[in-house]
Design a protein around this ligand. Structure first.
Ligand code: ATP
Length: 344
């Protein structure tokens, strides 16, 4: 389903929860609505579903205005964080539920349930009740139930939030594959940046009711357009003034400009290790944490504290040790603009 949203607003009393949000989504895309708690993600999802009506703005499905169309007529499937399965129904009965409501023929329902049980890897569990399933299995049932009536849009509100880390990661990959196979448009809400980056074709960053940026995970990570996006997605440190650091002296017009530095843009070496010494800054190792696959290192550079990662193969550094710090790149932001600056 192709979706178009124009100037969507939602107020609850005097509280303006969703502010002038516009976007369009191509058919078959998997979209992540990402942002901090209370930002307005769920409100946007509920308006798309028809569970909440916009204070102003328009929602179009296939070019048709659906503001007045009730939820059950919008061709939408839902999956919620807390499974919301019917406890007194078996897996098969849960999956069949929507089809029964639609008064489909018995045989058709049975065939569709078999198809979905296979698609979602639930074969052998058809006659179990929700309390006889693991969290991950329950969530698969919830997906199967939502997909059964062949919706054209699937809305998922924090679908993995209640599931433990390892299973969550498997389920994400699984969901992406299933959605591609079914060819459905899907939108999921998450506050987990890793999840959005890993799963979504495109991410919309929502903060304080506004859309900060929409783009592919690559664009969101590599070309953040606002300080919020840069700091919410990926790790980073903000500097109030980078023009004092070597390699960035030409950063002029510093008034009101912030610099943001990602760990992967920082390289550290023993004193005199770098040949391009004029572009490096003296620093001191503050802390070192072993992370299994690498070291996480906090460095002091002047008044700033920066974080970087270092491969286990490289020389081991010690806390308190003096090092040279090479900052390759910084993201710069002022009120109007964002740009990337490379070390000269
Ligand atoms: P979360 O991840 O915590 O669910 P969210 O980004 O999905 O956050 P929303 O649930 O859309 O955010 O809520 C946005 C804001 O609107 C919040 O400040 C919330 O308290 C407020 N809000 C949501 N629903 C209502 C309501 N029915 N009445 C009053 N305020 C509401």
């Amino acid at each position: 389903m192709h979706i178009e949203v124009k100037n969507l607003n939602k107020s609850f009393g005097s509280f303006h929860a969703v502010k002038d949000v516009s976007f369009s989504i191509e058919k078959g895309r998997l979209i992540g609505l990402l942002g901090p708690s209370g930002g307005g993600k769920t409100s946007i999802l509920r308006m798309l579903a028809g569970l909440e009506s916009p204070t102003s703005g328009e929602i179009y499905f296939h070019g048709q205005l659906v503001n007045q169309v009730p939820p059950q007529e919008r061709g939408i499937g839902f999956v919620f964080q807390n499974y919301a399965l019917f406890k007194h129904m078996t897996v098969a009965e849960n999956i069949a539920f929507g089809l029964k409501v639609m008064k489909k023929k018995k045989q058709e329902i049975a065939d569709r349930v078999t198809e979905l049980v296979e698609l979602t890897g639930l074969k052998g569990f058809e006659h179990r009740y929700p309390n006889q399933l693991s969290g991950g299995q329950r969530q698969r049932v919830a997906f199967a139930r939502a997909l059964a009536p062949e919706p054209q849009l699937l809305l998922l509100d924090e679908p993995f939030a209640a599931i433990d880390a390892k299973i969550r990661s498997e389920l994400r990959t699984w969901l992406k594959e299933i959605i591609e196979r079914v060819g459905i448009t899907a939108i999921f809400v998450t506050h987990d940046q890793e999840e959005a980056i890993e799963v979504a074709d495109e991410i919309m960053i929502i903060n304080h009711g506004r859309m900060e940026q929409k783009g592919t995970p690559w664009e969101i990570y590599k070309q953040p357009q606002t300080p919020f996006v840069a700091s919410f997605v990926g790790e980073s440190t903000f500097l109030d003034n980078i023009s004092g650091l070597r390699g960035f002296e030409q950063a002029s017009d510093w008034e009101g400009t912030k610099a943001l530095i990602r760990p992967e843009y920082i390289e550290i070496g023993k004193v005199n290790e770098f040949t391009m010494a004029s572009a490096t800054e003296p620093g001191r190792i503050k802390n070192i944490h072993f992370r299994g696959s690498e070291w996480k290192i906090e460095i002091e550079v002047g008044d700033y504290r920066l974080t970087t990662y270092r491969s286990l193969e490289k020389d081991v550094l010690q806390p308190g040790e003096d090092v040279q710090v090479l900052i390759h790149r910084a993201y710069l932001f002022n009120d109007e603009d964002s740009w990337i600056m490379e070390n000269r």
